[in-house]
Design a protein around this ligand. Structure first.
Ligand code: PLP
Length: 408
């Protein structure tokens, strides 16, 4: 059947299934950031589903951290973060650098705000991708910086894009302070930059004397190795003094851990250690960092393997349901990692109808326009925040709404 999307969907086609209570079990008031409204299924947010979070393992790791470090776990922490976690990051192959090049952070969001303070002054411009992680752009704006979009095609920033941003910044009477890119499993498109494109960015930033920040939030969620070993970033990223790589535990353990790591040349690490925020409060999230070190010592790799298997299953279920639309005009990526499908209906009219079908089936997805003008008319579907069964049911409801529509 060749489904054409039509804008109006009758209210009486609403499916009755309620998966949201099983979707987010036992939610107390005022603890988590978001829970979908009753009867809605959330394929919008890049959250880890409750059943994919290693609650019991992390509890044991925290207990071991407190037993091992005693009072030190509650003291102001080492400014660049606890050495046991840095050692484990290196031992696990997650960071291919010396421990002196690592600073433990409160996650990538916190690291970006920190870098905005260390590397930029208010009013500076920063270069970001188009489309790009919307909340990352928002936090740079909140830090007083002005994001400029790197000219891009389907494969990512095009040659010369960084130099063009530097020119635009100068034309505004400002300067370009740094650039942020996501070379692996980009949010929202899921794409990986080719080595050629990444090399071009690394070389261009080097010749402009510009720090290039690699946001590697989804680097651990890689379906090519099924989580069995961490895949290193391409060689072009190693040893360049102007590169800063940001990793996070949010996508493997859950966002509440607020923990990540920054890998950079020693002078930048030293500046971060001396920065007011760090000098005053010490290293970020030391108690969680010590617990993560315990988890990395024992159990983390198996957890990432299990998680990756579950996410691949979720991705495949979502792709299979979307294929049932049998619409040659609809294009969907098949990401090799990360959390998201990036869906392009054939026409803008179709995207209005598809949004209407999502609404009728009570499935929330992210409107692509949120991520930049090139995302307009597209959708980002998260396959991380539910079970395969729930994702299958949610999308099957969307397909039923559209079938009914085309039959009427
Ligand atoms: C590309 C990207 N960067 C950063 C973050 C936030 O990372 P963290 O939870 O470590 O602050 C996210 C979360 O959605 C993301 O998608």
């Amino acid at each position: 059947m060749n489904v054409r999307f039509c804008p109006s969907v009758p209210a009486n086609t609403r499916p009755a299934s309620d998966l949201s209570d099983r979707h987010y079990p036992a939610v107390a008031e005022g603890i988590v950031q978001y829970r979908p409204p009753n009867l809605w299924r959330d394929l919008d947010r890049g959250y880890l589903a409750p059943h994919l979070m290693p609650v019991q393992e992390f509890r044991e790791a925290m207990s071991a951290a407190l037993a091992g470090a005693g009072w030190q776990a509650l003291a102001y922490g080492n400014n660049s973060g606890p050495v046991p976690l840095k050692e484990q990051l290196v031992a696990n192959g997650m960071v291919g650098a010396d421990i002196d090049n690592i600073c433990i952070t409160g996650g990538i969001s916190q690291a970006l705000v920190l870098l905005a303070g260390v590397l930029a002054t208010q009013g500076d411009c920063v270069a970001i991708e188009e489309p790009s992680y919307d909340l990352g752009a928002a936090l740079l704006r909140d830090a007083g910086l002005h994001p400029l979009c790197l000219a891009s095609d389907d494969q990512g920033p095009v040659e010369g894009a960084l130099a063009e941003c530097a020119r635009q910044a100068a034309a505004r009477g400002s300067r370009l302070a740094f650039a942020v890119v996501m070379p692996r499993h980009q949010n929202p498109t899921g794409r990986c930059l080719t080595t050629h494109r990444l090399r071009e960015l690394v070389e261009a930033s080097g010749s402009l004397g510009l720090p290039l920040i690699i946001d590697d939030a989804y680097g651990e969620i890689d379906f090519r190795t099924m989580g069995s070993v961490p895949l290193p970033l391409p060689d072009v990223v190693s040893d360049a003094p102007h590169l800063v790589v940001l990793g996070s535990f949010s996508k493997t353990l859950g966002g509440g851990i607020r923990l990540g790591y920054l890998v950079a040349a020693r002078p930048l690490i030293a500046r971060i250690e001396r920065f007011g925020w760090t000098a005053s409060g010490g290293g970020f999230n030391p108690i969680n960092a010590l617990a993560a070190a315990e988890f990395l010592r024992d159990g983390y790799r198996q957890h990432v393997r299990d998680l990756t298997h579950a996410l691949v299953m979720n991705r495949d279920v979502a792709l299979a349901e979307l294929a049932k639309l049998d619409d040659p005009g609809l294009t969907v990526n098949s990401p090799s990692g990360g959390y998201f499908l990036w869906v392009r209906p054939a026409t803008v009219g179709d995207s209005v109808a598809l949004q209407s079908a999502f609404d009728t089936a009570r499935v929330s997805v992210a409107d692509g326009a949120r991520f930049g003008s090139s995302g307009s008319g597209m959708f980002r579907l998260s396959f991380s925040s539910a079970t395969a069964e729930q994702i299958g049911q949610a999308l099957s409801d969307v397909v039923s709404v559209l079938r009914k529509e085309s039959d009427d």
